[in-house]
Structure formats: structure tokens, C-alpha cells
Design a protein around this ligand. Structure first.
Ligand SMILES: Nc1ncnc2c1ncn2[C@@H]1O[C@H](COP(=O)(O)OP(=O)(O)OP(=O)(O)O)[C@@H](O)[C@H]1O
Length: 942
């Protein structure tokens, strides 16, 4: 039957049967996947989540004999085997018989951290299409992820439609909606689309808490003391334990309630789904499955799932996921053969939990989206899972305290043996020997230790909350006390989020203008490419009649004094025609573009003669949005009356120069750029190119970014001021006086970053900065690493590598050098890590790599950032602090509503308080036990 299942699944044209759909959706056509040997009892499954890339799956079956042996021994040893297997799930499989995976009814999962869990394989029954034959799909769920059995492929993670196989074109073509029956069938497989954070009742929490080995040991101690007529002491310990259990239950409950509130918003709403036949129906969001087509309401909503845009555009606030609240515009993807990936195509994907602020639609197409992933498979679900199943942090304090407790058990074993020896020699009764001997272990190992150790965290968390710092992972508070290094993002974290326009530097005849232009709206000709670029190359939009978007775009556009008009009148009618956003110089009498006039067709040439007295205005035909990875954005525009379109690009100067024709770049470009960046300005380059007239509107909508973003003409530099936040410098000074290393990881220019790091005191005025650059080895040539000193001569490079981290200078490097060193000179990484203070032009994944590298060097690392480009690093660090005005976000374990780096001081302070409390309690209890142990042994002896 399963062979049939795969045979059917090869037909991707018709997505109908649940089997076929399951196979499509789970990526059965994964390239390079080897067929699984049927008799295999073990399989490595690719999951690609925060838990790691792979899990290992072992097959087991029920075995009556083993089960009987287990139950009998459990009864004989008063439940001890049951408890041991609950604590050590890696051995729990001994109750079952190993077997091949294709016949397994139980699977043992071992994740990349070595943690094990057992899961029952469920059978989901469904009818074969157009027949009465019942088929069964084998599935199991592990940490809220669903896995299905596929013949020849083994168990595969159910990934929804983002399985790495579906192209944009195939998704757009297959988005016909699902019938009710199909939706129900798929829901059997995927489960309901809601993320339920279980809030256990106090009773359930109590049961799971008291089965903790320490509490059991405590119960055992209390019984033993009572048997020894040690009533008062037993009663006192019982009382203290009860208090600590209650406090801990209360805390756990509060924590899960807070998490539940975070997910609630996207759970409980109703959505319109489009059925296969074309009619629409309102259903609960929990019914959604991958493949459904939903309508996005015009007044906005909280997204209940991850969905790819099909028609229209949406303006979304993604602060729940990224901490960044600048609105982002999402639109439908082009009809291309690119493989769909929600992260690569994030500008076409609406993510679960994000807030759709406004929608726009064209023609009769309402704003619709194709459901890609549901429940815990969504991006928000992944983030929540990382909170619910955190990676082991490897915090030394916890590891060492466990080692110490193990050591205490050995001490107890010695004491008990000595005690037995003494009492046997004195021919004591067996009852006395038992009581005295067991008493030794309760003396040596303090049973209330874990409860006492967590007490400090509870108080710290509530104090942090009062300071506007929201924590979704309390065990990390103790880790805050050990922070040795803090990485800061620059823009929006150390410096103000908003940017002030300072000037533009136009280029004419391949020469920079000798003077910057401070007032471009007056001093630049209206039709100059530089002014037009500033007016149209942005992603600004109107929300409730207010211009919103990236602060950089906003201040650039405001400097032009132009106005922006989005087509249409009110929210319901404004987007019912195909019309571009228009920018034009501000003028009271400027008539608006006739929309019919602007509807382009395939042979589109706007045949409006120049002698027509038409206003000067520019329509934005297509946007290639900004992304931190490419560090630029572009727009394709058409000036009213012009015969062909034009393209404008703006972005990081280093990036823009690479896509410009060399003859358009002034010779002294690097020198001029360095002059401005060294003074701390944020510099953006702007470029232009006319497009051929054969590039019509439909072609422009389909053209790929890399095909068109080239051969540009550099038109000028935009220079912005980005001042430090007033809190930054004092906080950096405090951190340095506490010997905590501070590092800047930014996407901005290296010189700007160095200048800001000097301004805020991260690098003092008297310390030298060495700029490290590296080039990759070309074929037949060696790679090269060189140093450049900002003031004076650099020391010989050997001095740096042999300094062993003791040198008194700071290294500054950019993302390109970082990539070369990581790949070609890994032996230099330790020095770069220990001496590096400024890491500039870092792409988002490079920020994550750096944080991971720092952690690998045994630093306890905190990362503080505010933007979408920091999310990876925030999650990778021991302590991630997201500065966000959002009520709470799942971008990082800590979210500070006070959007400056002061929160880092609060965190360190509270972390130290909590850690000191835990540490002192630990020391007190350990010393108390050891002193009591020694004195008792002396008393027994004499
Ligand atoms: N809206 C934009 N349009 C075009 N280019 C931009 C835009 N925003 C930033 N850039 C360019 O891309 C570079 C990288 O941006 P990114 O957002 O990754 O980092 P950043 O904002 O400069 O710094 P940080 O990482 O400290 O927040 C910027 O330095 C700038 O040159």
C-alpha cells in the first residue's frame, strides 16, 4: 500500500489525495535522499530546527515478556525502575523489542544534544481517492513537530508547503483552495492550527514537581527522620519544602500563562477561506491546513499561520517576531521557477503572529494568501518551541553543582560504610544500623538544594518586569550574572533609530560636487536623478494617512519636500485599479495621474507627447525591497510621459559601487566615502539607469533582481547623521569599569562603526584601532591578510598573531574579511575574536556566526539588538536582549520596552543578585551538610 502511496505522489499536477498531498508536503522528492533500507532499525531525520539539524530515530515494538519483567521488577523494587526510566528516557526503550522502522509501533528519538524521548506511532486512516479502500498513514509527533512515514523514505518531518521542493510557480498555480473534505483530511495529518501552550493545573504541576529526584529524596528524608523520632526537624523541613514547592508551582504556572498569552492572539480568530469551487466560507483559524487559500481582511488581522501572498499587498508589523516595528510591505511573488523558501521570500510571506495593518488589492482580486505552514511549524511556532524546549545552555554553575552533588553522594557512601562498620562492631540492632546509616545520606546531601537555588531567580524576574524587561526563559537570569562579553548592534541600539538628513553629495561628469548640498529640494534641479532617486527609491507607505516606513527612507524622502500619493480614495475603493504609487514635487495645483491613463499593457508605451502640459511625477512600478543580506534596495519607475522606465537603487556604498559602471564612479570615491564615514556619518549611495523601452510593465514584474541590478550610474551620496542615544556612553563606561568586554556588530560601514565606537567609549581616544582585511586565495595564489592602522604605522602582523590576546589595540574588520578568515584562515579566528571590537558590514547570518564563535571560546555572551537582522544572533547568544516597543516578542529570551542599552545593566545586576543568592545558598547548604556529617561521624566514633 505504501509503494502505491509513493507511486501516486509522483504526480504533482493534481493535489487531491491525502497520501499524495502528504508526500508532496513533506518533501518526498528531496534531492540526494537515499532510499531507506526497509529493514533499517535506525534513521537520521533532517528536521532543520533550533533543536539541531537532525534527530535519530530508532524503531521498537511492544514485547509482552519485557513488559512483564518491567512491571514485576517495578512492584518488587517499589516503583524504582519506573522512576529511573522516567529520569533516564534513553533506557526506557528496554521495555520494548528493537525492530525495523517500517514495523515500529514505538520510536525512540535522540536529538543532537543527546536527549531522548519515546513516542507512540499513530495510525491515521483515510479513504483512497475515488474508492472505498482505507489507507493508513503512520505518524508520530516529537516536541510538537509532526512526522509521517513514507515508504522508501522512512519518517519525514511534515513541513507544510515549504518543503524545499515547491517552486513559486507551482505554488501559485496550485493555489486553488481546498474542499471541506480535503481540509478535514489534511487536518487529521497536520492537527489543528493552534499553538497550545499547556497551562497545567496546580495538581498536575505538583505531581510532576514532586517526582523530581530531589523532592523524592526529600520525602524519603522526612520519613526517615520521623522514624528516628526527629519530628520537629522533619516538620520544619516539610514546611520549608512545601513553601518552596508552592513558590515554584506558582512561578511555573505564571510562566506558562505568560507564554500562552503570547500565542493566544493568533489562535482565536476566524478567517475567510476560498474553497476549490470559488466560494468563500468563514472558518475558525484552527481549521486551517497547508494548501488553504485565505482572504486577508482589509482592516487587518493577526496572522494565524504562515502564508504566501497570492494577490494584493499587505503592510505588516512584524515586531512579535523580530522586535522591529517599522512596517514591512508584503506582496505576491513572481511566477518563477525559484524554489520557495519562507525566509528567502520573506517579502512575499505573511508570518504567523504578525499584525497585518493594512491591505491593498488590485482589480477584482481580493488580498489572498496561500497557507504554507500551520501550528508549531510556523516561524512563530519554531520560536515558541525554542522557548518550551530550550537547548541545554551548558552553564558552568549548573554543571558544577551537579558534579558537586554527585561528589556528595560518594562522601555519603563512604560515611554510610563507616557507619555500618562501627555499628556492626558494636553489635547494634539491625533497625539502629539501618536508621543511622540512612541518616548519613540525608545529612550529606541537602535535599532542599534545588529549591533554594532557584529562589533568587523568582525575585529577580519580578523586579525585571517592573523595569520593563520581559523574560520568557527564567533560568537564563542566573546566566546574566556571568556575562563576560556584550555584543551590541549599532543602528537603533547604540544610536538613535531615527536618522537626520545632513546633506547629499551629487556627482556630475564623474566628479563629486565640491560642496555638499544641504537643501536638495531647493538646490537640486527637480528632474535631477539624485533628487528623483531620493523621492522614489524607498518603501514608504501611508497608514491612516501618515507616512510610515524605515526611518532612513523617511528622512531621505522628507528632505526632498516631495509628496507621495498612493492610488485610490478610501480603503475600500482605492486599490481597485492597477495603479502605481506616485511621487511628485509638492505643488498645490498638481493634478493627479489619471489611473486609466496609467494602466500599462504588454506593448506599453506611454504615448504622451512631451508638449502635453503634464505635471512632473514619477510612478513606482516595481520595488525590490531592502534586505540586510543584499544591503540595497531598488525601484523601477516611470516618469509620466516618458517612453521608457528607469531604475533607481540605493544602499551601502561598497555594494552600490560594485553594481555601477566604473566610468560613472569618481576616482576619489573611496577617499570621499572614508572622509564622511570616519566622521561617523551614515552614508548611502544612490544610482540610476534608464531601462530599455522593450522592458514593458509585465516584463518588469517578472524580471529577477540580479538581472536588472547592474550597470548602474552612480548619481550621488546621501549623508545622514545618526547620533548616539544619551544612555549609550554611560552604560558602555560602566560595563568597561566592570571588566565586561563590549563589541559592536553592525551592518553599517566599517569607518562609521569605528567612529561610533570611539564616540561611545567602546574604544578610547588613546587606544589604536587596526583595520584587518583579508583576501581569499585565488587559484595559484596564496590568500592574504593585512593590517592597516588608522593613525600611524601598523605593527608587524606577526605581533598580532603572537600577542595571544594580550595586545593593547582593537581590531576592526568587515563581513567580507570575516568570511575569508572563517573559511581560509581559521587558525587566526581566536586572535580575531579576542581582539576584535568592531565587526562591520556583517550580514545577519555572519552576526550569528560571530556570536557562536565567541561562545565556542567560552565567553558568556549577551547580544543586544533591535532589528530583524539581529534575530539569529539574539537567539544564538547565551543572553539575547531585544529592544522593542512591542508588548512582548519571541525574538529573544529578554525583551526590553525601554529602547536603550540601560536594560543590560539591569540584567547584569539582577543576574548577579540571583546568581549570588543561588551560589551562597549552595555554599551554605553544602558547608552545613559537610560540617554536620563530620561532627556526626565524630560523635558516632567516640
Ligand atoms: N532602507 C534602506 N535602503 C537602502 N539601503 C539601506 C537601507 N537601510 C540600510 N541600508 C544600507 O544597508 C546597510 C546594512 O543595513 P542593516 O540594516 O543590515 O544594518 P545597519 O542598520 O546599517 O546597522 P545595524 O546592524 O547596526 O542595525 C546599511 O549600513 C546601509 O548602508
Amino acid at each position: 500500500m505504501e509503494e502505491q502511496f509513493i507511486a501516486d505522489s509522483s504526480d504533482q499536477q493534481e493535489l487531491y489525495s491525502i497520501c499524495r498531498r502528504a508526500s508532496d508536503l513533506t518533501g518526498s522528492f528531496h534531492h540526494g535522499y537515499e532510499r531507506l533500507d526497509r529493514s533499517l532499525a535506525h534513521q537520521q531525520i533532517e528536521i532543520g530546527t533550533d533543536d539541531g539539524e537532525f534527530i535519530h530515530c530508532f524503531g521498537y515494538q511492544h514485547c509482552t515478556i519485557r513488559l512483564w519483567i518491567y512491571w514485576i521488577s517495578s512492584v518488587l523494587f517499589i516503583g524504582t525502575p519506573t522512576m529511573l526510566l522516567a529520569w533516564y528516557p534513553q533506557f526506557a526503550a528496554i521495555r520494548y523489542k528493537p525492530c525495523s522502522l517500517d514495523s515500529a509501533t514505538i520510536v525512540l528519538i535522540r536529538d543532537s544534544n543527546g536527549l531522548c524521548s519515546l513516542h507512540e506511532v499513530q495510525l491515521i486512516s483515510h479513504l483512497q481517492p475515488n474508492s472505498a479502500i482505507v489507507e493508513h498513514t503512520r505518524t508520530f509527533s516529537h516536541r510538537l513537530l509532526q512526522f509521517v512515514w513514507m515508504s522508501g523514505k522512512g519518517f519525514q518531518r511534515l513541513r507544510g508547503l515549504s518543503n524545499g521542493q515547491m517552486t513559486l510557480a507551482s505554488l501559485l498555480d496550485s493555489a486553488q483552495g481546498l474542499s471541506k473534505q480535503e481540509q478535514d483530511d489534511l487536518q487529521e495529518l497536520y492537527g489543528p492550527n493552534h499553538m497550545e501552550v499547556e497551562v497545567k493545573s496546580y495538581w498536575k504541576l505538583f505531581v510532576s514537581e514532586v517526582f523530581n529526584p530531589f523532592y523524592l529524596f526529600q520525602a524519603f528524608s522526612i520519613v526517615l527522620w520521623s522514624a528516628d523520632e526527629y519530628y520537629y526537624y522533619a516538620a520544619c523541613v516539610l514546611f520549608l519544602t512545601a513553601v518552596s514547592v508552592i513558590a515554584s508551582l506558582f512561578q511555573t504556572k505564571k510562566q506558562s500563562l505568560a507564554l500562552r498569552n503570547l500565542v493566544e492572539a493568533s489562535n482565536c480568530c476566524r478567517v475567510m477561506v476560498c474553497r476549490r469551487g470559488g466560494e468563500c466560507e468563514e472558518v475558525a483559524a484552527s481549521c486551517l491546513v497547508p494548501g488553504d487559500v485565505i482572504l486577508v481582511p482589509s482592516d487587518g488581522c493577526v496572522m494565524p499561520c504562515d502564508a504566501m501572498m497570492l494577490a494584493g499587498t499587505c503592510i505588516v508589523n512584524e515586531s512579535m517576531l523580530t522586535g522591529e516595528s517599522a512596517p514591512v510591505t508584503k506582496s505576491s511573488p513572481p511566477h518563477s521557477d525559484e524554489i520557495y523558501d519562507p525566509h528567502i521570500h520573506r517579502r512575499h510571506t505573511l508570518f504567523c503572529g504578525t499584525q497585518v495593518i493594512q491591505t491593498r488589492y488590485y482589480g477584482n482580486h481580493q488580498v489572498s494568501a496561500l497557507v504554507i505552514r500551520t501550528g508549531f511549524s510556523t516561524s512563530k511556532g519554531e520560536l515558541l518551541r525554542s522557548v518550551m524546549f530550550p537547548k541545554p545552555m551548558g552553564f558552568r554553575f549548573y554543571e558544577d553543582s551537579l558534579k558537586f552533588v554527585t561528589f556528595l553522594f560518594f562522601v555519603a557512601a563512604f560515611g554510610m560504610s563507616y557507619c555500618v562498620y562501627l555499628y556492626v562492631q558494636r553489635e547494634a540492632s539491625s533497625e539502629t544500623i539501618t536508621l543511622r546509616t540512612l541518616d548519613i545520606i540525608t545529612i550529606v546531601v541537602p535535599p532542599a538544594l534545588p529549591a533554594a537555588m532557584t529562589a533568587g531567580t523568582v525575585f529577580s524576574q519580578s523586579r525585571l518586569k517592573k523595569k520593563g524587561i520581559f523574560c520568557i526563559s527564567p533560568p537564563r537570569i542566573n546566566v546574566c550574572g556571568k556575562i563576560k562579553m556584550i555584543c551590541f548592534d549599532k543602528t537603533g541600539t547604540l544610536t538613535e533609530d531615527g536618522l537626520n538628513f545632513w546633506a547629499v553629495l551629487p556627482i556630475k561628469d564623474q566628479q563629486f560636487s565640491p560642496q555638499p548640498v544641504w537643501n536638495p529640494s531647493n538646490d537640486l534641479p527637480t528632474k535631477s536623478h539624485l533628487l528623483v532617486a531620493m523621492a522614489c527609491c524607498h518603501a514608504l507607505t501611508r497608514i491612516h494617512n501618515e507616512l510610515c516606513g524605515d526611518p532612513l527612507d523617511l528622512s531621505m524622502f522628507e528632505a526632498t519636500q516631495w509628496e507621495l500619493e498612493e492610488p485610490g480614495g478610501d480603503d475600500t475603493t482605492r486599490y481597485d485599479m492597477l495603479a502605481p504609487t506616485v511621487v511628485r514635487p509638492r505643488s498645490k495645483n498638481s493634478p493627479s495621474v489619471s489611473l486609466e491613463q496609467s494602466i500599462p499593457n504588454d506593448d506599453d508605451v506611454w504615448n504622451i507627447d512631451d508638449e502635453f502640459n503634464i505635471p512632473y511625477e514619477v510612478g513606482i512600478m516595481r520595488q525590490f525591497p531592502f534586505s540586510s543580506t543584499v544591503q540595497c534596495m531598488s525601484v523601477v519607475v516611470r516618469t509620466l510621459g516618458a517612453h521608457n522606465m528607469a531604475m533607481y537603487t540605493k544602499g551601502a556604498p561598497e555594494k552600490i559601487v560594485n553594481i555601477c559602471l566604473p566610468e560613472t564612479v569618481p576616482e576619489n570615491f573611496s577617499q570621499v566615502l572614508s572622509e564622511f564615514t570616519s566622521s561617523g556619518y551614515r552614508v548611502i549611495a544612490l544610482a540610476h539607469k534608464p531601462l530599455e523601452s522593450k522592458l514593458t510593465w509585465p516584463k518588469v514584474q517578472r524580471v529577477k533582481r540580479e538581472q536588472i541590478e547592474k550597470d548602474m550610474h552612480l548619481v550621488g551620496l546621501l549623508i545622514m547623521q545618526n547620533s548616539l542615544k544619551p544612555e549609550t556612553t554611560p552604560v558602555i563606561h560602566q560595563l568597561q569599569s566592570a571588566n565586561i568586554r563590549t563589541v559592536m556588530i553592525t551592518g553599517d560601514n566599517l569607518m562609521t562603526a569605528v567612529s561610533v565606537s570611539r564616540d561611545c567609549g567602546m574604544i578610547s581616544r588613546i587606544e589604536s584601532v587596526l583595520i584587518l582585511s583579508a583576501s581569499a586565495p585565488d587559484p595559484g595564489r596564496n590568500g592574504n591578510v593585512s593590517l592597516q592602522c588608522l593613525h600611524g604605522d601598523p605593527p608587524p602582523i606577526e605581533v598580532l598573531w603572537s600577542s595571544g590576546g594580550a595586545a593593547t589595540f582593537h581590531l576592526a574588520l568587515d563581513g567580507r574579511t570575516w568570511a575569508v578568515i572563517r573559511t581560509h584562515f581559521p587558525e587566526l579566528l581566536p586572535t580575531v575574536i579576542t581582539q576584535g571590537t568592531v565587526f562591520a558590514r556583517m550580514a545577519p547570518d555572519q552576526k550569528t556566526q560571530l556570536v557562536e564563535q565567541l561562545m565556542a571560546m567560552d565567553y558568556v555572551v549577551a547580544m543586544c539588538g533591535d532589528g530583524a537582522n539581529d534575530v539569529g544572533a539574539l537567539k544564538a547568544a547565551h543572553i539575547g536582549v531585544s529592544l522593542s516597543e512591542a508588548e512582548a516578542s519571541v525574538a529573544a529570551p529578554f525583551t526590553s520596552r525601554e529602547v536603550n542599552i540601560n536594560c543590560v545593566l539591569h540584567l547584569i545586576r539582577e543576574g548577579r543578585c540571583a546568581l549570588t543568592t543561588s551560589f551562597e545558598t549552595f555554599k551554605y547548604m553544602a558547608m552545613y551538610s559537610l560540617i554536620q556529617f563530620i561532627t556526626v561521624l565524630i560523635l558516632y566514633t567516640v
